[in-house]
Design a protein around this ligand. Structure first.
Ligand code: SAM
Length: 506
């Protein structure tokens, strides 16, 4: 209540904020703007969930920086704390709610006046209920309103603090996630970037909450996306990952196929034509979206890397049907065969749900056998989590938690064995990597990625940064390869060069 009673007036942190009639005195010239930036409120955004959420947070951060806000290095010093949430599983939602509770308690004790907000998927699905549960939350911004965050913060910070819940649909919102932080408050320009190409999902898998949180499919135009990619490349980006909830559905309703090539393949072709770009990735696709035109593109487009994420979810046709996935095990295996036919060294990863309602021992055994048969490089394994208002949540035969946990462990073990063999097979080979920056676990080392999406860690120096170069793999561990610095050879970047991929491992 302490903070709310202060809501009509100033918060103790806010004297730092100088408020001219417009909070952003651009008209007075860049010098004044520069000076004021130092005293503008600082914002910290914590992101939960997928790359789409990371990208949304980055765009909001960039929009805030453009308005003069600063980015706080941690939540403990920020004037505004925003949690960008994920709803895919209950655990992700609970984590964000617990985090907010802790932040609020800490703020009440030590730093009253902090502005708190939820953004993204859980904000969209729960809306006002979040404020009913946590009355100290000031702002709830849905998935079609990210670009309004800065505007809402301006209003809140000017006071009085009236709660804002903005979760309605907005036409054209798919085109508003475009700003990048390249020249924001990061010291270096990144060499890789995510570009959001569409929003929403029309698949309606029975387990999935995404159509509720992200709405139906809406695509940007190819011209708009290419312009953003060109801009990124002009600032030093060499690898772009195209993002969407079901990226392979891009342009399905707006872009007519040309000579059998879908809107998505037309987009890949347009991005391929950008001079200076080395690599193109995309996520997250749907197996149904891999038509022959896309399979063929892997052999034709030199910048499209040999990597495919194919969320299979289950190896049992009975489960696939209950999940409303729209393909069978046999069709999935056929697709894998086609992809490896075009690119034998293709890195193939997947998502799998264990413990879907009604999943029998036999269904699960089929998933295990599919994983062995495909020989995936990596799998994200999810324990089924019932989601509000999804058809699967109402199915009988919900499996006990212990059984979901047991199956999760069993599948993890199988996947780890496969990965140990597949990653081990790289040892002694030379691979082409794009060096992305310091390794996350040990920032004294550098980390790069192969075209087939394997992380390679090595002890390099400044001269290796941002380079496309060859590294000899000396050992593997978990889902990481390690390269020997003594035998790293810098080579001129050439996306046309054949990638140094291992032969298929059978
Ligand atoms: N494009 C993907 C596809 O083909 O379905 C969807 C990506 S979804 C954001 C990431 C993954 O979360 C899904 O592939 C699925 O494995 C998992 N997931 C979604 N809903 C889930 C639920 N209710 N319980 C457990 N895992 C879930």
């Amino acid at each position: 209540m302490g903070r709310r009673s202060a809501a009509g007036g100033e918060s103790p942190r806010m004297p730092r904020l100088i408020r001219p009639s417009s909070p952003f005195p651009r008209a007075r010239g860049s010098l004044i703007l520069h000076a004021l930036r130092a005293v503008m409120p600082s914002v910290y955004i914590k992101t939960y969930g997928c790359q789409m959420n990371e990208r949304d947070s980055e765009a909001v951060s960039a929009q805030l920086v453009a308005k003069g806000y600063t980015l706080a290095p941690s939540e403990s010093t920020a004037d505004v704390v925003l949690l960008n949430t994920c709803s895919i599983r209950d655990m992700a939602e609970q984590k964000a709610i617990n985090k907010m509770q802790n932040l609020i308690a800490e703020s009440r004790r030590n730093r009253p006046g902090v502005v708190f907000g939820f953004m993204g998927c859980m904000a969209q699905s729960r809306g006002q209920r979040l404020i009913d549960r946590l009355p100290d939350v000031d702002l709830v911004v849905g998935t079609q309103k990210f670009h309004r965050t800065a505007e809402h913060l301006d209003t809140l910070l000017k006071g009085p603090r009236r709660k804002v819940v903005d979760i309605g649909p907005e036409e054209g919102s798919q085109s508003t996630i475009r700003e990048h932080l390249l020249n924001g408050q990061v010291s270096r320009t990144a060499v890789t970037a995510f570009v959001s190409i569409m929003q929403g999902c029309n698949q309606h898998c029975t387990f999935c909450i995404v159509p509720q949180t992200r709405g139906s499919e809406r695509s940007r135009t190819i011209g708009d996306i290419v312009a953003e990619c060109r801009e990124l490349v002009s600032r030093g980006v060499r690898e772009i990952t195209l993002l969407g909830q079901i990226v392979t559905s891009f342009g399905r309703r707006d872009i007519a196929p040309v000579q059998g090539r879908s809107g998505f393949v037309q987009l890949l072709e347009a991005v391929q034509d950008i001079d200076g770009l080395e690599r193109i990735r995309f996520t997250s696709p749907h197996p149904k979206g891999y038509g022959d035109d896309l399979v063929e593109a892997y052999g034709r487009l030199s910048k499209l890397v040999e990597s495919a994420h194919l969320p299979v979810q289950s190896g049992s046709d009975r489960m696939l049907k209950a999940m409303h996935r729209g393909y069978t095990r046999e069709q999935f295996l056929k697709l894998i065969g086609k992809l490896r036919g075009v690119q034998p060294g293709m890195g193939i990863t997947t998502d799998i749900i264990v413990g879907f309602p009604g999943e029998t021992d036999d269904d699960f055994a089929r998933t295990l056998s599919l994983v062995r048969e495909v020989d995936f490089d990596m799998a994200f394994i999810f324990k089924y989590s019932p989601r509000h208002n999804t058809p699967a949540a109402a199915l009988p035969d919900q499996l006990p938690r212990a059984m979901r946990e047991e199956r999760n462990q069993a599948l993890l073990e199988v996947m780890n064995d496969i990965a140990a063999r597949r990653y081990g097979a790289f040892v002694g080979r030379t691979v082409e990597i794009l060096v992305e920056g310091p390794s996350r676990k040990n920032p004294a080392r550098l980390m790069g990625r192969t075209r087939c999406n394997k992380i390679v860690v090595f002890e390099g120096g400044e001269r290796h940064r941002d380079q496309v170069m060859d590294v000899r793999v000396t050992r593997s561990g978990g889902f990481t390869l390690y390269g020997d610095p003594a035998i790293v050879n810098l080579e001129p970047a050439s996306h046309a060069a054949a990638p140094h991929l291992p032969a298929p491992i059978s």
